[in-house]
Design a protein around this ligand. Structure first.
Ligand SMILES: [Zn+2]
Length: 415
């Protein structure tokens, strides 16, 4: 049997199956239940978050003859899923954006629906319509026949004319969180009999950047590569992502102020075929997990194995949270520079920034320093280095010389 792309096979057929857009689902369900149906909807949001899918679900809800709408079983529901319903017309404005295209489409809406209660016109990428095309539609939008429902979808709502915006019911679709994407992928794996590590799905979800469709496309790639057992290594190999071990080594090189070692790690990642942007994305994800491991998040919350979380907790003990944040900031800026087209060699840029990180002084935890200055906790050797060899013994002298301990504390704070 031919392989069906996951995005197609697992396209939700009802709002119950849809992830992350509950606010929209609830409003539309209420509208259908009360029979209070607006004649024009606008679905906006970034790509792959379910706008077109929702338009089809809404069309099915409007024309379904079953009890629970959409029932997925009546003739109308089946025809809409198959894309063969005569009452639902779906066009892509990106390729049909002229005034003649629109006239033709509108002509088709003059007649009442054949099988369902409504005739539904879904216009995808609606911002791409020419001004003349919009104008030709305006009259119908103002005084539509009672059976006609428009559903517009767009990724660029700022390009939709105000006269149109004022006549539609607008719904803003949210980007999906990696956790929402992971959960859906887990569910699909279960249904497909695929055994997948949480960490492997987390990498896919992260890479999908808020888009369920992208997540499923990446999942297809990985599935083609590794079959029914999907682990972290398989995902990394299939997507050209460097293995985590490299990032553990990289952070250790930074901790040891070893710029040369950090260059070697970058070299080995690139030699293995990783693109520099992909390498940096992976490192950003790693730093996030590293930071969160310090904040006490659980393996489940971070979608990591317990083993990886334990390793992260033990990693680079001299790094404070402030150090991790500073590195993350440098890497994020470097990532931007590497994707901007200014002709500089990304490899050289990366090496320059890696040197900077390797030679950074460590941040001292201000709370610990102050406590120590007040004589409560002796600073360990590493912390003393961080504050430039300033030792508690000096503090004790300063405290003794000043008129009161409180004054000494204040004096030190002012430093
Ligand atoms: Zn139905």
């Amino acid at each position: 049997m031919a392989y069906i792309a996951m995005a197609r096979k697992w396209r939700p057929r009802s709002f119950d199956e849809m992830v992350g857009q509950e606010h929209i689902a609830q409003t539309l369900r209420n509208a259908i239940a009360t029979g209070n149906v607006h004649h024009a909807f606008l679905f906006t949001g970034t790509r792959g978050v379910g706008k077109t899918t929702s338009a089809r679900i809404l069309a099915a809800m409007l024309n379904c003859t079953g009890e629970k709408k959409p029932c997925s079983e009546c003739e109308n529901c089946k025809a809409i899923v198959a894309g063969s319903s005569l009452d639902v017309l779906e066009i892509d404005a990106a390729s049909n954006n002229g005034v003649d295209d629109m006239r033709e489409v509108l002509e088709g809406t003059q007649y009442p629906p054949m099988n369902g209660k409504y005739r539904i016109l879904i216009i995808d990428e609606v911002h791409a319509l020419s001004k003349a095309a919009w104008n030709s539609m305006l009259k119908t939008l103002e005084e539509p026949p009672s059976y006609l429902v428009f559903i517009f979808a767009t990724t660029e709502v700022n390009k939709v004319l105000p006269t149109i915006l004022s006549r539609v019911l607008r719904f803003d679709f949210k980007r999906l969180s990696p956790l929402q994407i992971s959960k859906r992928l887990s569910f699909i794996c279960e249904q497909e009999g695929v055994k997948a590590d949480l960490g492997a799905l987390a990498i896919i979800s992260e890479k999908a950047d808020g888009s369920m469709r992208d997540a499923l496309t990446i999942f297809d790639e990985v599935f083609a590569y590794s079959g029914k057992e999907i682990n972290i290594e398989a995902v990394q190999s299939a997507l050209g992502i460097p293995p985590d071990i490299l990032y553990f080594e990289l952070i250790q090189a930074f901790e040891a102020h070893d710029a040369k070692k950090s260059f070697e790690i970058l070299e080995s990642a690139m030699a293995a075929g990783a693109e520099i942007q992909v390498f940096l994305d992976g490192f950003t994800r790693f730093l996030r997990n590293f930071l969160y491991s310090r904040l006490g998040l659980s393996a489940e919350q971070l979608e990591l194995s317990q083993e990886t979380l334990d390793k992260l907790k033990e990693l680079a003990p001299t790094f404070e949270q402030g150090d991790i944040l500073r590195i993350a900031k440098i890497i994020t800026e470097l990532r931007e520079k590497c994707s901007a087209r200014h002709g500089l060699n990304p490899r050289l840029l990366a090496e320059a920034e890696f040197s900077k990180i390797a030679w950074l002084d460590r941040v001292a935890d201000i709370g610990k320093v102050l406590q120590s200055l007040n004589g409560k906790v002796p600073l360990n050797e590493e912390s003393q280095k961080k504050i430039g060899g300033f030792t508690p013994a000096t503090t004790a002298t300063a405290t003794a010389q000043s008129s009161s301990g409180a004054a000494a504390g204040k004096f030190r704070l002012a430093l």
